[in-house]
Design a protein around this ligand. Structure first.
Ligand SMILES: CC(C)(COP(=O)(O)OP(=O)(O)OC[C@H]1O[C@@H](n2cnc3c(N)ncnc32)[C@H](O)[C@@H]1OP(=O)(O)O)[C@@H](O)C(=O)NCCC(=O)NCCS
Length: 393
């Protein structure tokens, strides 16, 4: 039976710029309420305290909490798929000079690498549930190798164990850090990265996930949809905010070194209508549940490192206080993320690719859900152009 249609008048009545407040589809993967963020019913504080990223990725992709045997199987599948093909490594090496010059940026390189993986994936054109799940696991497993090898190329170092994509005994989070640095991370760094991946894994119909669903809704394939998701995530109003937030803190620090204050920087930002990166959210108006969780872990690392690291959190505290007092706007998760990754020594341009390494789990779950119960996503527009006119006058 055809689905009910909606009249133009009804559509105009519910029009909302940027789709604010509009329900654009159904999902059983995630819910966001002012009172909490839930992945398949599990609350984010509960998950970040008691689960690992691999468990969270399983819950998102396979739909339920894994048994010990299921988790062991899932982890084994990811480890077995960590290595990336030689042609993708070749691409990373060839784009190295452009990455060093800055004409290529890691998010774009990540997007192209995912496109290349699609060409080589035997399931690429198969949108069935089982094929989608296989592709999701491969993408999830391979993304840290893309990021890590890219960073090794930028740093002019040997790639870290490219034949097996790192160390099979390490978790997804620890292995990501190992691939990026060549050093096994401390348990504290590994756990902090793991929690950040848990927090970033899923967020219902955010811009990049919605992009993935729009692409999947045409019955296009998972790799194509993920490429679209990466392009959407790159923007500073979305995932790119974790990099932009840290760059902003560096600008504030430079302003202080020249005799200014956080207050004077902020006043100028308000006057020039500069957006403060890592603040505000379309859905959370009373604060982002994820921000304090990551902020506490990052601050603890900084505290142990000493004043040079802690200063970023102190500047951040002042920025937060002024934003709340003067604009009533709270930080989102990208604000503490920027500072946390910075004190962990992660290069700023890799912050958003790391977000990809996590959000892939949510994106792929949504692509699977869209393909399983599809209707093309095709909204209307509100025409604001010229009236009807004749070409010959
Ligand atoms: C996240 C974001 C895109 C949400 O956008 P939105 O729901 O369309 O909200 P708006 O941009 O319309 O913001 C509403 C008001 O708050 C202000 N505002 C929102 N976020 C702001 C910020 N980060 N800095 C300064 N002002 C901000 C807007 O200027 C606007 O004020 P106005 O009504 O006087 O014009 C927006 O808050 C933003 O750009 N934040 C910075 C980027 C960021 O951190 N993104 C990561 C999101 S997880």
């Amino acid at each position: 039976m055809a689905a009910p249609t909606i009249s133009k008048e009804q559509a105009e009545a519910i029009y909302s710029k940027g789709l604010e407040g509009i329900i654009a589809g159904e999902t059983s993967i995630c819910s966001i309420e002012q009172g909490g963020l839930y992945y398949r019913g599990y609350e984010i504080h509960d998950l970040s305290k008691n689960a690992t990223f691999e468990e969270v990725a399983f819950v998102l992709l396979e739909g339920h909490k894994p048994s010990a045997a299921e988790l062991s199987r899932f982890k084994g599948e990811l480890v077995a798929e960590r290595a990336i093909p030689a042609s993708v490594i070749q691409f990373l090496r060839e784009v190295g000079p452009a990455l060093k010059r800055g004409t290529a940026v890691p998010m774009d390189v990540c997007r192209t690498a995912v496109g290349l993986l699609g060409h080589l994936d035997p399931d690429c054109q198969d949108n069935s549930g089982p094929a989608n799940l296989r592709k999701a696991k491969r993408l999830l497993a391979k993304c840290p190798s893309i990021i890590g090898h890219m960073q090794s190329v930028i740093d002019g170092r040997e790639l870290v164990e490219p034949e097996r994509g790192g160390d099979p005994t390490l978790s997804h989070a620890a292995n990501l850090l190992y691939l990026m640095t060549g050093k096994k991370p401390s348990p504290e760094f590994a756990r902090c990265m793991d929690v950040s991946l848990i927090l970033y894994a899923e967020h219902d119909f955010n811009a990049s996930t919605f992009t993935c669903r729009v692409i999947a809704g045409t019955l296009s394939d998972m790799h194509g949809a993920v490429c679209g998701g990466i392009a959407a995530l790159k923007g500073p109003l979305h995932g790119g905010a974790n990099e932009a937030a840290m760059e902003m803190l560096k600008r504030i620090d430079a302003h202080i070194k020249k005799g200014g204050t956080v207050e004077s920087y902020m006043q100028n930002a308000f006057e020039t209508k500069e957006k403060l990166m890592g603040f505000g959210h379309r859905v959370y108006k009373n604060g982002d549940h994820r921000a304090p969780i990551l902020g506490a872990l990052g601050r603890e690392i900084a505290r142990k490192q000493g004043p040079d690291s802690l200063k970023w959190f102190e500047i951040g505290d002042k920025v937060q206080k002024i934003m709340l007092e003067q604009k009533k706007i709270h930080p989102n998760v990208d604000f503490p993320c920027g500072m946390t990754y910075f004190v962990m020594g992660i290069p700023v341009p890799q912050y958003t690719p790391i977000f990809v390494a996590s959000r892939l789990s949510g994106w792929c779950a949504h692509i699977i859900e869209q393909h399983a119960n599809n209707r093309i996503i095709r909204p209307l527009s509100k025409y604001t152009g010229e009236p009807v006119r004749s070409w010959n006058g």
